[in-house]
Design a protein around this ligand. Sequence first.
Ligand code: NAP
Ligand code: GCO
Length: 263
Amino acid sequence: MVNFRLDGKVALVTGASYGIGFAMAKALADAGATIVFNDINQEIVDRGLDSYKQAGIQAHGYVCDVTDEDAVNRFVKQVTEKIGVIDILVNNAGIIKRIPMHEMTAAEFRQVIDIDLNGPFIVSKAVIPHMIKKGHGKIINICSMMSELGRETVSAYAAAKGGLKMLTRNICSEYGEHNIQCNGIGPGYIATPQTAPLRERQADGSRHPFDSFIVAKTPAARWGTPEDLMGPVVFLASDASNFVNGHILYVDGGILAYIGKQP
Ligand code: NAP
Ligand code: GCO
């Protein structure tokens, strides 16, 4: 029988107090996993803990910045000792800065790369030795349309998410023989706080031009929701995907397949 269950597994989802991370963690919990998440300050972690509690999930929330290697190592050690070896890692924490490239400072560019690319490297590096010892592991990197496509103002984000796609393939290449599967999920345009500025109503009440553009560019003719990522993450975290490795699963309502509507 195909096994999508995650009973007895420990899943760490980074930056999962709300948004896509929270929905994916909820799906993993529904499939039986114990949830651990982190966020960058106690207030956000407490907000997250509240949301998990309301959803009937007993999650473990920690303050930890994914760019701080020492803090991540301490965090992973603590989780491993108190809760168990992390069987499933979802590298979800991420930021975006929408600034034209010629106006962006190197410090701003570095900050995006640091959180969106170095972060997944640092957390993966901390969990992989435990996964090797245990004889299995699942790493799921949250990529983007910008792992494949560019657009104005998102140079740092596209560079980071393109890099994350290749980090995914490299982790697969380097650790596949240890029964570690590393895959990516590439969400399309999903309605979360990160994309709220792109959906803001105009002063006259009309839709934001980018909002209309995305709906027209998506064969499904709508924005995605965090819930659209629930099935894909359970699949990639479960034994059902044990021979799927180094793959990026785009969950985009068809954007990447579509040339777009004629105006
Ligand atoms: P979100 O609503 O902004 O949530 C991102 C989470 O990451 C927040 O909880 C954030 O904390 C946390 N975070 C930021 N920096 C961190 C750090 N240094 N250490 C730990 N946690 C940190 O974003 P989302 O839309 O749910 O996106 C989640 C992931 O999906 C991101 O990697 C994003 O790039 C990716 N993605 C999103 C979309 C989309 O359309 N929304 C599409 C494709 C990919 P704060 O609350 O402090 O910011
Ligand atoms: C943007 C968006 C995107 C999405 C997402 C697409 O400004 O174009 O924020 O980059 O968040 O990553 O998959």
